[in-house]
Design a protein around this ligand. Structure first.
Ligand SMILES: Cc1cc2nc3c(=O)[nH]c(=O)nc-3n(C[C@H](O)[C@H](O)[C@H](O)COP(=O)(O)OP(=O)(O)OC[C@H]3O[C@@H](n4cnc5c(N)ncnc54)[C@H](O)[C@@H]3O)c2cc1C
Length: 376
């Protein structure tokens, strides 16, 4: 039985888990006052970003309209950025200086780019919501007076590979025939680890290497960027790479303001949660997606945020009704679909991999189905 006085539930961030929470919790009715807070009305679906860069999707195709979603679920929406949190006083500080009180708080605010210390040169893919604006700067390379130009994509995980291939497709299409004849835009994929997509199997690696070499993208493994000096990337071992611009897809960091909140955090600054997705220090605070440090840790990948959504919604509901919470069991093996920007994609799971147009069709079907779910 839901308590008679309405509980104030604040959902911070329009991430992959919270869109499902909004869809499911609309049914709670007047017993709970729920508000979703996000700095942008639009929430991008990361799996479709490479397709957007490569010109296969429009902005509308890969973004969820949070305001419309909330409206359909009778949940309030506020376009605002949270910059602080006082979990003892139960309130969230917003960028405009106001505070938002809550009885129950849930955070699904994602992660931030983790650039080497002191480096601000280049363009970061994260936050994805505003990458579409920064893309204009890369497009401008196509109208340069001098070619060849050199672009480095830093980060050799799946995001780095997808972004490099998609940007290559985009810029090859944008540059003139004359610029192409003069070398066009050269691509360099740079990363700290000794091999590409270190978290995936050998078969997927072979397929990725083949895709990069077909598109003429150079790969620089074990290149741990420690500085950018003038137009040079400097590696820890002293190697240097001259570039005209840089795109960062490096691994995810925690939003720094969490360190001032008093919430229990892991050493990297992510919110430590129990198996029910509740903060270890503050049981009326939930966290899911990249920002959560799970009991049984997993990589920062959207697939876990998506899987956490139904459990998070259920546990918020059960907290309000006083019922026992349910457990989030993230999968041990998960399917990865890597877009190759040439009409093909790679599927990889359990060390088995395949590439082809049929995989791309499958990926498109999966991705489009996810976004469509939040449009009805
Ligand atoms: C190019 C690229 C491709 C990727 N492809 C895949 C893939 O195919 N499969 C996969 O599993 N993973 C993929 N990832 C990783 C994936 O993007 C993330 O793991 C995923 O987005 C995390 O989801 P989330 O719900 O934690 O946060 P996000 O999806 O990042 O959402 C966070 C939300 O919180 C909001 N927010 C942030 N800060 C605040 C604040 N202070 N106050 C209020 N709101 C805030 C943001 O605006 C945003 O709406 C990819 C990443 C990149 C960069």
């Amino acid at each position: 039985m839901i308590a008679s006085s309405p509980k104030r539930v604040v959902l911070l961030g329009g991430g992959h888990a919270h869109v499902e929470v909004v869809r499911r919790l609309g049914s709670l009715g007047p017993q709970a006052q729920i508000i979703l807070v996000s700095p942008s009305r639009y929430a991008p679906y990361s799996g479709m970003l490479p397709g957007y860069i490569a010109g296969q999707y429009t902005f509308e195709d890969f973004n969820i309209d949070l305001q419309a979603l909330c409206q359909r679920s009778s949940i309030a929406f506020r376009e605002a950025l949270a910059i602080g949190l006082d979990p003892d006083a139960r309130r969230v500080r917003l960028e405009d200086g106001t505070w938002l009180d809550y009885d129950l708080l849930s955070l699904d605010i994602g992660s931030i780019p983790s650039l080497p210390n002191g480096i601000s040169a280049g363009v970061s893919v994260k936050p994805i919501a505003s990458f579409t604006e920064r893309l204009g700067r890369l497009d401008a390379m196509a109208s340069s007076a001098h070619f060849p130009l050199r672009l480095a994509v830093v980060g050799q995980g799946i995001a780095g590979v997808e972004v490099a291939l998609a940007l290559k497709m985009r810029l090859d299409w944008l540059v003139s025939a004359e610029a192409r004849a003069n070398g066009g835009v050269e691509f360099h994929l740079v990363g700290r680890s000794r091999r590409l997509i270190p978290e995936r199997g050998k078969l997927a690696l072979v397929l990725v290497e083949d895709a990069l070499s077909r598109r003429g993208i150079a790969h620089h493994p074990a290149f741990d960027v420690v500085a950018v000096e003038d137009k040079e990337l400097v590696a820890r071992d002293g190697r240097r790479l001259t570039v005209d611009d840089i795109v960062w897809t490096t691994s995810s960091g925690a939003p720094p303001w969490l360190r001032q909140t008093g919430l229990a955090l892991d050493p990297d600054g992510f919110i430590r949660v129990d198996a029910e997705l509740r903060s270890l220090s503050h049981p009326n605070v939930f966290a899911a997606g990249d920002v959560a440090a799970l009991v049984d840790p997993r990589p920062k990948a959207g697939v876990f945020a998506v899987r956490a959504g139904p459990v998070l919604a259920e546990n918020i509901r059960r907290t309000l009704t006083g019922d026992a919470l349910t457990t989030f069991r993230p999968q041990r093996a998960w399917l990865v679909l890597i877009a190759l920007a040439d009409g093909r994609a790679i599927a990889d799971k359990w060390g088995l991999s395949a590439a082809g147009r049929w995989v791309k069709s499958w990926k498109h079907w999966n991705d489009a189905r996810f976004v469509r779910r939040y449009r009805r």
